[in-house]
Design a protein around this ligand. Structure first.
Ligand SMILES: C[S@@+](CC[C@H](N)C(=O)[O-])C[C@H]1O[C@@H](n2cnc3c(N)ncnc32)[C@H](O)[C@@H]1O
Length: 229
């Protein structure tokens, strides 16, 4: 249980969520999410342990990424799946038009489709996916939005995996020390620290989500909200 970050700072807002924030720093933030995710998010291990066993070589699967931000994770998952002989078609959604604008500057892949949308719109369209994921999204949400995300994930996917930070004093201090010298000119450090303060503890998240959702703890200072896995 955190000592200094005992209470979830749900009133704080990340700077990148301000529609009037500096576009150059926002662009730099999207561009550096890939490095942050490689350092902290652990998708290599999550892919190998939880996703790859569900993907048969030669098969074709649909994956939905909710809140794609800089768009690095959809591209990375497609590359890993290709390496394993699997065709993964990713739909990546984010309600922020600035995220879509950034994602369209990336080298395109025929297997990744970025769209400005909320998960509820895909539910209304009757879309279905083999896997629904998100990364660093949960801490952005109010309790009602979190329940909405759970309901939408169940309506949209066979299985769901929402990967996020777990609030902890050490995570806060560690993130500051590891990122402040290297990510100047972006919102990575201030927003990352806000994210840690807004993040759930595993116990808080467990108390909010309905069965059969489960909260796993894949690494120290991380949590994984999972359904059907
Ligand atoms: C911290 S960024 C993480 C981006 C990316 N998933 C990553 O890990 O690098 C959070 C993203 O979630 C998006 N977002 C915020 N609220 C959302 C919601 N209710 N539904 C979907 N996306 C949301 C934001 O626009 C932002 O792009």
């Amino acid at each position: 249980m955190p000592l200094f970050l005992r209470t979830r700072a749900r009133h704080l807002r990340e700077r990148m969520d301000d529609p009037a924030c500096d576009p150059a720093r926002l662009h730099a933030t999207y561009a550096r999410f890939g490095a942050v995710n490689r350092l902290f998010a652990g998708w290599g291990v999550l892919y190998c342990r939880l996703l790859r066993p569900r993907l048969s070589p030669g098969g074709r699967y649909r994956l939905l990424d909710i809140g794609f931000g800089g768009g690095d994770i959809p591209h990375q998952l497609v590359r890993w799946a290709e390496r394993d002989g699997v065709t993964l078609e990713v739909t990546a959604i984010d309600p922020d038009p600035r995220a879509l604008h950034y994602a369209r500057t990336l080298p395109p892949s025929p297997r990744v489709r970025f769209e400005r949308a909320h998960s509820s719109e895909l539910v209304a369209r009757g879309e279905r996916f083999d896997v629904v994921i998100s990364n660093h999204l949960l801490h952005h949400l109010s309790d009602a939005e979190l329940r909405g995300l759970c309901a939408d994930s169940v309506a949209l996917g066979e299985v769901a995996l929402h990967n996020d930070i777990a609030r902890a004093d050490v995570a806060y201090l560690g993130f500051a020390a590891l990122t402040a010298p290297f990510f100047r000119g972006s919102y990575i450090t201030p927003d990352g620290l806000t994210s840690v303060r807004r993040a759930f503890t595993p116990e808080e998240l467990e108390a909010l989500v309905p069965a059969p959702w489960r909260v796993l703890r894949p690494y120290p200072y991380r949590l994984l909200l999972s359904y059907g896995l």
